[in-house]
Ligand binder design. Structure first.
Ligand SMILES: [Zn+2]
Length: 119
C-alpha cells in the first residue's frame, strides 16, 4: 500500500529508474476518474409526479467529463457518490504522479550517456 506521498527530489540514475518508480506508484491507484461530480436537477419519467408538477423536479448526481473538448455527463446513483469521489481524488493523484514523472524522466534522460555520439 502506498500513502500517496512521494519524495519529489529522487536520485534517478536512469530513465528506467523513473519507469520502475512510476509503474510501482500508479499500480495501486484504482479507481480513477477525472471530471467533476455535481448535482443536477431534472424531471423524472413518472406521470403525474407531484414534485415535477410543482416545478421542483428531482436532483441527482452526475459526473461531468470533458473528452476532446466535448463535455458529457453520466448519471451517478447517490449510493455510488463516495466511490466516484474517491475515483476523482485518485485521478488527481495520478495526474500529479504524471507531472512528477515527466520532470524526473527528462532530468534522468539528461544524465544518461547519449546513445549516439553527437559532435
Ligand atoms: Zn418527478
Amino acid at each position: 500500500m502506498h500513502d500517496g506521498t512521494y519524495t519529489s527530489m529522487a536520485d534517478d540514475k536512469s530513465s528506467s529508474d523513473v519507469q520502475h518508480w512510476f509503474t510501482k506508484a500508479v499500480g495501486g491507484i484504482w479507481p480513477v476518474a477525472t471530471g467533476s461530480l455535481s448535482l443536477r436537477k431534472g424531471p423524472c419519467i413518472r406521470k403525474n409526479c407531484p414534485s415535477c408538477a410543482a416545478g421542483k423536479g428531482h436532483s441527482s448526481y452526475a459526473l461531468y467529463v470533458r473528452r476532446e473538448s466535448r463535455r458529457f455527463s453520466i448519471y451517478v446513483p447517490e449510493r455510488l457518490v463516495p466511490e466516484v469521489r474517491k475515483a476523482i481524488e485518485n485521478g488527481r493523484l495520478l495526474q500529479e504522479l504524471i507531472n512528477e514523472a515527466g520532470v524526473r524522466y527528462v532530468s534522468a534522460l539528461k544524465n544518461e550517456e547519449p546513445s549516439t555520439s553527437r559532435k
